[in-house]
Design a protein around this ligand. Sequence first.
Ligand code: NDP
Length: 237
Amino acid sequence: MNSFSGKKVLVIGGSRGIGAAIVRRFTSAGATVVFTYSASQEAADAVAKQTGARAARVDSADRDAVIEFVASCGPLDVLVVNAGVVVFGDPATIATDAVDRLFTVNIHSPYFAAVEASKRMPDYGRILIIGSANGDTVPFVGLTAYAMSKSAVQGLARGLARDLGPRGITVNVIQPGPTDTDMNPAGGPMEQMMLAGLSIKRYGKAEEIAAMALFLAGPEAGYVTGSIQSMDGGMSG
Ligand code: NDP
């Protein structure tokens, strides 16, 4: 496993699910990790206690708070923007405020966090955004706003990869498929619908996504940038 000893990592949204697995993986590899959360204080405290990472309550829906917090972290070797929300529903009736919030958390926050981090990031730093297979494919109704937000971060990675390439900084998106977390629990009412379009007929594990994050943040991935890495059991294949 790559060693991240001496490296500073910020995970936006690290209290639960995929983000918590990423915090665990980077701390196990020796990194100094800070992570944010917005609501799940108990879960955040547990992850912090278990891993030695530092937790900070910063709502990704608050643009200025995100920018201020990223700036306060100083130079980061790795930024992972994981926090995301999903709102299902008929676009004709879905609450407009919920859609606005989704766009703020899933699109605006990755943009502002990545840009702010890039200002202080040393050469050869790494920026990772957790997107979704729904950035490429929308297998059922009710996902328009979510899918739109996850397509948007593809453009963020492709654009910022160009802007930061001269400094050797890479910017990539990981696109999970159905992954067993609070957001999308295996065994839940959506399971059959989720598995229908997959080649590998099971839910993904948060630890699998974290392993890809560690690889992309490591020295062997220095030539991977502006890329969209699917880890979705074949959903988008
Ligand atoms: P969970 O809902 O299980 O966890 C979400 C994490 O993000 C929590 O730590 C949560 O912290 C944090 N978060 C959410 N909103 C905010 C906010 N406003 N400010 C700060 N932190 C926030 O989700 P997953 O682990 O399943 O998803 C993680 C990412 O992976 C998301 O971007 C999601 O879209 C994506 N994804 C997930 C898939 C799945 O099947 N699970 C499939 C494809 C993509 P808190 O509770 O404290 O708010």
